[in-house]
Design a binder for this molecule. Structure first.
Ligand code: FRU
Length: 476
């Protein structure tokens, strides 16, 4: 451990301890803390990193800036869990303490083999004392490897690649390695921005997990955004999916959506050779969703977790900043295929935490439940309306499922959020997972999902759906 690491360890612990004390002393300082969702102990959280199940235990690392709830230099915070619901904080795993990662231990992934966890990440460096634009000049995106044998002690960082090892028609923006193995060979995808400001995914290969060479690039036929971040590649049934978070989509349908998008292309062909990309499908249509990552559980499920937040967003905000922290992860979701469509649902582990409160037809009004799951099934003719905490509405109009707030004031429940929607002919069922300050809505068995943060003063739910079955389960 170098002197910088030693000081960082102490500073982070002090910041975490003072937040803990603050929340113990004041109800209003802890009132928006989630019960089921992973949050930073203090400060800022963004992308999920290094998600895996290792020796039976789930590990979730996260982009962490403990000193400022509005972001700062990034490190990897670390949680573990036995069920992906109750997460135990393990401290900071990786600090920005080397010349190749001193301006941020950026996003990356975990690969498990032979009883070891291999963590790949991007070491971010911003050069000083120059006329840099930090896009084409002045920035390093170094690929770094760290190995752990017990998930507690992290070995020496090894720099594997630098910008000079990437294709030379790219800007400095290359990052977020995700690694997997197929037919005895290791593969890595990374997100990139070309000199022409086009987003794409780079594919690297390796025989030994340490020496990597560039193999291919995946891009859309026409330019689609200027930067592709946090790529991921996996199969669901027979479908091959390339997931990526895209910056720079403007005009047309993108005007009424978030500043950046997270979605996937279905791949026809081979990402190592000839391929064709499908249209881009969004993972989530809500306000707060970016940079998801997937992993496979030991029992073979594909789990997806995202940052429930939005970078560079001026339209809306989060009042938790005033109480020392910001952002959380989405509740873990299982990805599956249904009738040829990619769907998502909350992990099945949630079932054991549910206690049925009501099971009624047509209408339900309740107060005083901050954490619950509500389902509405057998909806007919799109006749339904849900109102949460008097201000957040889920309904159907003009051929669209809509999530909207009645008030866009930054001091209101929405904290500035307005409306998100998706065109859908028929809404048949809804599953709504509500935590203290978040709502995730699964439409039609998870064919579409909407995630949002919300900041209620009262916990009240009203649901109306003629002839439909409505259940409410408290989650304990
Ligand atoms: C996505 C992202 C990544 C990067 C990380 C830095 O939100 O910009 O591309 O590695 O955040 O925190």
């Amino acid at each position: 451990m170098n002197a910088l690491t030693r000081d960082l360890v102490k500073l982070v612990e002090t910041a975490e301890q003072s937040q803990k004390t603050r929340e113990e002393l004041s109800v209003s300082d802890r009132k928006f803390r989630e019960k089921l969702h992973l949050m930073p102990p203090v400060g800022w959280l963004n992308d999920p990193n290094g998600l895996c199940q290792f020796q039976g235990i789930y590990h979730a690392f996260f982009q962490y800036s403990p000193f400022n709830a509005e972001g700062g230099v990034k490190m990897w915070g670390h949680y573990t869990s036995k069920d992906m619901i109750k997460w135990e904080y393990q401290g900071t795993a990786l600090y920005p303490d080397q010349p190749f990662d001193c301006h941020g231990v950026y996003s990356g992934s975990a690969f498990i083999e032979d009883g070891k966890m291999y963590l790949y990440y991007t070491g971010n460096v911003k050069l000083e004392d120059g006329e840099y634009d930090y896009i084409r000049t002045g920035r390093e995106g170094n690929t770094v490897l760290v190995i752990t044998e017990d998930g507690k002690m992290f070995g020496k960082k090894k720099e594997l690649m630098r910008n000079s090892d990437y294709p030379d028609d790219l800007t400095c923006h290359v990052r977020d390695p995700k690694v997997w193995k197929e037919n005895g060979t290791y593969y890595m995808v990374q997100g990139a921005r070309t000199n022409e400001d086009v987003g794409q995914v780079l594919v690297f290969e390796s025989e030994d997990k340490v020496n990597w060479k560039f193999r291919n690039r995946v891009e859309s036929e026409k330019p689609f955004g200027y930067m592709w971040e946090c790529p991921d590649y996996f199969k669901i049934g027979d479908k091959k999916l390339l997931s990526t978070s895209v910056q720079g989509l403007e005009g047309g349908i993108w005007e009424d959506r978030n500043v950046y998008q997270s979605g996937y292309f279905e791949i026809e062909g081979d990402i190592l050779g000839e391929y064709k990309l499908s249209e881009y499908h969004l993972w989530d249509y809500g306000f707060d969703y970016y940079a998801p990552q997937s992993f496979e559980t030991e029992d073979g499920r594909r789990i997806h977790i995202s940052w429930m937040g939005m970078p560079d967003c001026e339209e809306y905000s989060n009042p938790t900043i005033q109480t020392g922290w910001q952002h959380c992860f989405t509740f873990p979701r299982e990805i599956f295929e249904k009738d040829g469509k990619i769907c998502q649902c909350p992990i099945r582990e949630l079932e054991e935490k549910k206690h049925l409160v009501s099971d009624v037809k047509g209408m339900l009004v309740r107060e005083g439940y901050p954490v619950y799951e509500m389902t509405i099934s057998d909806i007919t003719k799109n006749r339904f309306k849900v109102i949460l905490s008097e201000k957040l509405i889920l309904d159907y109009a003009d051929g669209k499922f809509r999530m909207h707030f009645t008030d866009q004031d930054k001091t209101s429940v929405s904290s500035g959020r307005s409306m998100r929607c998706v065109e859908v002919e028929e809404v048949e069922n809804l599953k709504i997972l509500v935590d203290t300050s978040s709502v995730e809505v699964f439409v039609n068995d998870g064919e579409y999902v909407f995630s949002t943060r919300y900041y209620p003063e009262v916990y009240k739910l009203q649901a109306e759906a003629v002839g439909a079955q409505i259940t409410l389960s408290e989650i304990m």
